[in-house]
Design a protein around this ligand. Sequence first.
Ligand SMILES: Cc1cc2nc3c(=O)[nH]c(=O)nc-3n(C[C@H](O)[C@H](O)[C@H](O)COP(=O)(O)O)c2cc1C
Length: 491
Amino acid sequence: MAVKDLREWIDEIEKMGELTRVEGADPHLELGGLVDLFQWDMENPALLFEKMRGYPENYKLLANVLTSMPRICQSLDLPTDLSRHEFVKVWRDRLKEFQPIPPRLVEDGPVLENRQVGDQVDVTQFPAPFWHSEDGGNYLGTGNIVITKDPDTGWVNAGTYRIQVHDDKTLGIMISPGKHGRIIREKYWAKGEACPVAISFGHDPLLLLMGGLEIDFGEDEFAVAGGIRHEALDVISAPYTGLPVPASAEIVIEGEIPPDQFHAEGPFGEWTGYYASGEREMPIINVKSVVWRNDPIVLACLPGKPPNDNTYFRSPLRAAMLWDELEKAGIPGVVGAWSHEAGGGRFFNVIAIKQMYPGHAKQVAHATTAIHAGAYANRYVVVVDDDIDPTDTNEVIWAMCTRTDVIEDVDIVKRMWSTSLDPMAYAGEGGARYYNNRMLIDACRPYDRLATFPPVARKTQEEAKELRDQWPELFTADGKVRKGVTKVTKH
Ligand SMILES: Cc1cc2nc3c(=O)[nH]c(=O)nc-3n(C[C@H](O)[C@H](O)[C@H](O)COP(=O)(O)O)c2cc1C
């Protein structure tokens, strides 16, 4: 069942045994430290921080949100017991029948329970932790969504971009080149105008997933969310900008990004696992209005060494998106995909194919690094045969080790779309480090040798099933070896 807002989502995951409440943590490094430790392994509970030091007793912060498969599935209205492998298939089926449902504009919503405007505005009231020891300041926005409207077409975009607190009426915003929010912002700036912006800091985590994923240019993330929930998202017109914001958001801050005012921003420990972008002059938001619910909850999403909250959900979702986009590009034969967790769901993408013609594997490799779902901050693409499970690192590396000629099967692609958060990105003419180089690896058996390539020295799945059926004392129903069996005799 789709949830209405963050509070219903928290109730659901608490019932699933996936929530730990923590009282009295200090938002200066201690809170971030705890979240960091909970992210050393995935599948730990989400953390709801209550009665944080230095903030009103009724203000809360939720962290370590999308770091478990059951919680990711819950957010996408899927069965919560799917394995990663099953998830990709189920999600692909959902994408095939998917229809967006535009948001529904309503008059009122709980987000309007409290308001500050003009001189009253004080954004420092909301919990903005100092997360990692080398950060350059306090970040209120890590799991937020930034809503902007294209001045030419009226298209509304929602993207997740980090938000630093500079003072009670000023925020910093870091949007990488090529991101839709930045393209929209630049349209206002080209006319000498400030870009109006509304930011939600607490919402159904589905909206965070939408804000943080590469939804196509011109598509409305709220409509995509509606399609996933099978129900329109209720939005109100935010009181200052008129931009649509979730009616049951926890906190919405509105303001403008002027073309001529900048402030030092960062460093911030990021999803690549480094404080890579350092401190730079970045645009600011002059805050004009704040609305919030009683007892507001900030939704946080802490990046760090991957996998982390910012990246774990990307692996299965990106895998499904890559597969889908390759098919839409007219490429046949794709049978599986994965985006490795250690690569933050971007750097290391694996596609499995049933080879159909000479050059097929190279076509897949080059397309994967260029399509929307795979273009940004990728480093390796590995294409494997259909007998390799792309989610299984051992199998992928075995294919790379035994099916790749490192002269013929490896291509380097230069000056691709990356980010200053990538420590190996480099600068163009005197600018910031936004380009990277990539390696595309064809780890499929050479097409011309398919008929003569050495056979694999392992039982096929069919042979294995036959043997297991004959020796049920040795194997469990799901095909695993039974533990503790000391002797069996063939009857
Ligand atoms: C938790 C989280 C934080 C993110 N922070 C940033 C950020 O600070 N700046 C940025 O450019 N992209 C950031 N991203 C990536 C973008 O949100 C992502 O690329 C998304 O597709 C952008 O939306 P857009 O395609 O509408 O621009 C973040 C993603 C997540 C999930």
